[in-house]
Design a protein around this ligand. Structure first.
Ligand code: SF4
Length: 162
């Protein structure tokens, strides 16, 4: 199966969320936090932003290919290093297709913070492990709902905890 950066992010947030999303149960468009993220991305980086589709892997917010740097904007940090897993996968995808990408910068404009993820052998190993885990989760039965601190921000909460 092909996976996207969002899939890898969800894997780190909650395997059940990944499973629901990949089985076509998608509530995220109506989620206020997701909409806020879209707004922040558009308003905070309107001058630099130039979205770049990278096949099935996803869409980069913008990139400086001359320096091998890609950029991702987030409204807040995903739990469980999901954001790092997402951009690592973008680096993996680009390098696998012969496009140099050495570094990803994740921007959190609300917090005025950035996180940098480097591309190296360890990043490649982590991404390949994530892809295998995605496959195991998506091809298996739906994971049980386990209450996590993040659940109250998750669009699937009502579906998981009735
Ligand atoms: S509500 Fe909680 S258990 Fe359900 S998908 Fe979201 S994060 Fe996972």
């Amino acid at each position: 199966m092909e996976y996207t950066g969002t899939d890898l992010n969800y894997l780190h947030v909650c395997p059940r969320k990944l499973w629901l999303f990949r089985h076509g149960i998608r509530l995220e468009q109506g989620n206020e936090l997701v909409q806020l993220g879209v707004l922040l991305g558009e308003e905070s980086f309107s001058r630099q932003e130039k979205e770049i589709a990278i096949g099935e892997a996803g869409v980069l917010d913008w990139a400086d290919f001359k320096d091998g740097v890609i950029h991702e904007t987030k409204h807040g940090k995903a739990p469980g290093d999901g954001d790092e897993a997402q951009v690592r996968y973008y680096l993996y995808y680009l390098n696998a297709h012969g496009i140099r990408a050495d570094q990803a910068v994740i921007h959190y404009p609300k917090k005025r913070e950035t996180v940098t993820v480097e591309w190296n052998e360890e990043a490649s190993r982590l991404t390949e492990a994530d892809l295998k885990t995605c496959e195991a989760v998506v091809s298996g039965p739906i994971p049980a709902a386990e209450r996590r601190p993040y659940c109250k921000h998750c669009a699937y909460e009502e579906m998981c905890f009735v």
